[in-house]
Design a protein around this ligand. Sequence first.
Ligand code: HSE
Length: 443
Amino acid sequence: MSAPRTIGIGILGFGTVGQGVWKHLTDKKADLESRLGVKIDLRKVALRDPKKSRAIKISKSKITKNAYEVIDDPNVHVVCELIGGTTKAKEFTLRALNQGKVVVSANKALLCGHGPEIFKAVRKHGGQFLFEASVAGGIPIIKAIREGLAANRFELIVGILNGTCNHILTRMGEDGLSFADALKEAQELGYAEADPTLDVDGIDAWHKASILAWLAHGKWAPANRTLVEGIRNIGPADIDFARRFGFALKHLAVIQRNFEKNWMTVGVYPALVPNRDILARVSGVNNGITLRGDVVGATTLAGRGAGGDATASAVIGDIVDAIAALTGNSKQGLSGDDLVAREKQGLEVRMGDLDEIISPFYLRLSLLDKAGVSEGVYKIFSKHKVSIARVIQYEHPNKGRGTVTLSTYPVSERKMDAVLKELRRLKTVLEEPFLLRIFNPES
Ligand code: HSE
C-alpha cells in the first residue's frame, strides 16, 4: 500500500489543550507540510457542547457531537484524544487503535490505568499510541528517555511533574499567598485538572511518575506500593523552616532504581530541596526533571509543565512523528519489539520496600507547652536511632501549645514510620505530625 499523501487529523475534546492544538497546528500547517512533504487536513473536532463560548472559533462544518464520526472517518489517520477521564477516553482510544490508527493522547490517567490493554491493541492492529503530552507538558521527556538518552540506565529520575502544585508552592513561598488563593490562580490560568484535587493530592504527579517508571524500567508501579502525598498540609512554619535553612519546598516525583538488587521505588510527595539544586530553581508552572543516567550523568530538562500552549506543543510533536511514520519516513512510536523488550525488562524488577528508601526527613509537631515535653519526643527518636540534625521551636505565648520543626540525618522510611507511630501515641503531641522528605541531590 502506498503511503497517504494527505494526513487527516481528528480531535476529540476542545478544552484548553484541544483549542491550543487547533490554533497552533493551523498556524504552523504550511511550514509543517513543506517539512514533511504531505498535506495536513485538520478534518474534524468532536466536542460535547458546541454552544459553549470558546476562545478559538472554528467553522460549524468542522464540528460534531459524535466522536465516532471522527474516529471512524477513513480519512482521519491520527486521532487526538484530549477529552480526559478514563471511561469514554478508553473506549474511543481502543476504537481508533482497533482500526490500526494512530492515537495521540495527553491522558496520563488513561495510560497509567490501562497501559497494557492499550499497547496490546497497538501490537495487534499495527497502530500507534503516542503520549508525549501526558507527562511534563511541553518538555519532550518521553522522547528524551526513549531516544536521546537511549544509551542509559537510570538509577534516579526525580522531577517536579505537576505545574499546579509548583505554581501554588512558589506563590505561597515567594509571595505569601494562601493555599486557596494560589490554587484559584492556577485554575484561572488553565493549569489545573478539571478536578484540581487530582493535582493537589498528588494523583496527577503519580500518574506521570508511573508512566516514566514504566518507560525507564518496564514496570507499572502498583498504587499500593507507591507513596502518594499532596501539598494541602503545608503551612507557614514549613515555609519558614525552608527559607531559614536554604531549601525550596517542591512537590517531587522520585523514581529510584537499584540495578544490583533489582528493585524500583516510586513516590510523589512534598520535599525540601536544597537551594543549590537545579530543581529548587524551577518555579511557577514550570516542571523540571533530573535523570541520572549511567552514561550521561545527571541531565535536567525544564520548561512549562501545564497549560494549553505547552501541552499543545507536545501533542503537535507527536502528530509530526505520526505523520513521519505514516508516510514511511520513520517509525517513531513504540513498536511491537520495543514493547516486548520493555515488558521483559519489567519482569525482572521488584518494587523496593521501606527499608530501601533512605533520606533525611523534616517534621513539624504541635506540642503541649509544658516542661519535659520535648524530652519525651527526643527519647522516641533516640530509641529508634534516628539522629536529629536541626530543631526550631516556635513559642505561642499563653496558647498552651508550641510548634517544633526539626530535620533528621538520613534514615529509612521504615524507621521514620516507627517514630511517627510512637509520636502519634503521645498525649503531648496535639495534632497529626506533618512529615516532609528532604531531597539530597548527592545521595
Ligand atoms: N494539571 C496538570 C498540572 C496539567 O498542573 O501539571 C498537565 O498535566
